[in-house]
Design a protein around this ligand. Structure first.
Ligand SMILES: Nc1ncnc2c1ncn2[C@@H]1O[C@H](COP(=O)(O)OP(=O)(O)O)[C@@H](O)[C@H]1O
Ligand SMILES: [Mg+2]
Length: 281
C-alpha cells in the first residue's frame, strides 16, 4: 500500500522541566493526502502551533515520527533532508512577522522562487509576478512593501511565498484569524482552488466554521491531545466530546451544534463559487 503523503504518528513534544514542564503535544497522529484538507481545531494553548511546527520540521518531536511519502523527515540533525525541504511549507497566522518589512511583496516571493529553483533573477521575478497575480495581487501592488498592503493581501503574499517552493503540503496556522471577514472569504476560496489543484492543506484554526468550510476531516485538540477526530460533518452534527460541543457552541452567532454554518459540499467541484457564510466565520 502506498504510504500517505504526510503522516505524523504518536507525536509528543514537551517544553521545560520539573514543575515548569508543559506537555504541548501528546501522542498525536494524523495523515493528509493530495487534494485533501485536514483540520486541527482547539482553543488557545491546546498545542496546535507546536504540532504545526513539528509537521514542517521547525520542531523536533520528543517522541513519534513524521513521514513524507513514507520517508522519515527527521533524519540526522536537521529535518526534511535535501529535496524534501520544499515539499512542506508553512503559512503563519501573522504575515507581518513572517514577511520582511523592508522587502516588497515581489522581492519576497522572488527570493523564495530563487531559493528553491535554479533560475535567473528575471525568471524569478516573472514567476513571482505570476504567482502573486494568481493570488489576486496585481503588479501595481506586488511592488509595495508589506505595510502598504491590506492584511488580506499580506496573507496572500505569504501564501504566494510558500507556493513558490512548489510544495505538496501547506500547513496553515490560523491563516484567517488576523484578517477581516471578506479577506477571510477570499483566502478560503483560494485554498479551495489549491485543493482542487491537488495541494494538501493542514488547516489550523480555533474557528470550527473555517475548518468546516475546507476540511472534510478534523482533529479536535485539547491540552496537547486529540480528544475527537473524524468527518467534519459528523462531528458538527453529533459531537461526542463535551469539549467539542463547547467549541461549536462558541462559534459567534451560533447557539449550539447546528446545520446552518456553510456545510462542506460532497463534491469539491461544486464548491468553486459557493458563497461563504461570513457570519459563521
Ligand atoms: N517554545 C516554547 N517554550 C515553552 N512552552 C511553549 C513553547 N511553545 C509552546 N509552549 C506551550 O505549549 C502549549 C501549546 O502551545 P501552542 O502549541 O502554541 O498552542 P496553540 O497553538 O494551540 O495555542 C502552551 O502551553 C504553550 O505555552
Ligand atoms: Mg497557535
Amino acid at each position: 500500500m502506498t504510504p500517505p503523503l504526510l503522516r505524523a504518528t504518536d507525536v509528543s513534544v514537551a517544553f521545560g522541566r520539573g514543575a515548569d514542564r508543559v506537555r504541548a503535544v501528546r501522542g498525536v497522529s494524523l495523515a493528509v493526502e493530495p487534494g485533501e484538507s485536514v483540520g486541527i481545531v482547539g482553543e488557545s494553548g491546546s498545542g496546535k502551533s507546536t504540532l504545526a511546527r513539528v509537521l514542517v520540521g521547525l520542531q523536533r518531536p520528543d517522541e513519534g515520527t513524521v513521514e513524507l511519502r513514507g520517508r522519515s523527515v527527521f533524519e540526522g540533525e536537521g529535518a526534511y533532508p535535501g529535496a524534501l525541504r520544499r515539499q512542506v511549507q508553512m503559512v503563519f497566522q501573522d504575515p507581518y512577522t513572517s514577511l520582511n518589512p523592508r522587502m516588497s511583496a515581489l522581492d519576497a516571493v522572488a527570493e523564495s522562487v530563487a531559493f528553491h529553483d535554479r533560475c535567473t533573477r528575471a525568471q524569478a521575478r516573472d514567476r513571482a509576478l505570476a504567482l502573486l497575480g494568481d493570488m489576486g495581487i496585481p503588479p501595481g501592488d506586488a511592488v509595495k512593501k508589506p505595510r502598504l498592503l491590506s492584511g488580506g493581501q499580506r496573507q496572500r503574499v505569504s501564501v504566494a511565498r510558500a507556493l513558490a517552493a512548489g510544495p505538496s503540503v501547506l500547513v496553515a496556522d490560523e491563516p484567517t484569524s488576523a484578517i477581516d471577514q471578506s479577506a477571510q472569504a477570499q483566502l478560503l476560496n483560494l485554498f479551495n482552488r489549491l485543493l482542487r489543484d491537488g495541494l494538501a492543506i493542514v488547516l489550523i484554526s480555533h474557528n470550527l466554521a473555517v475548518i468546516r468550510y475546507l476540511s472534510r476531516r478534523v482533529h479536535v485538540m485539547r491540552d496537547g491531545e486529540v480528544v475527537e477526530e473524524g468527518e467534519t460533518e459528523r462531528i458538527f452534527g453529533a459531537p461526542s466530546h463535551d469539549y467539542t460541543r463547547t467549541l461549536i457552541a462558541s462559534i459567534p452567532g451560533r447557539e449550539a451544534a447546528g446545520t446552518e454554518v456553510s456545510p462542506q459540499p460532497t463534491t469539491r467541484d461544486g464548491n468553486a463559487d459557493r458563497r461563504i457564510d461570513l457570519q459563521a466565520l
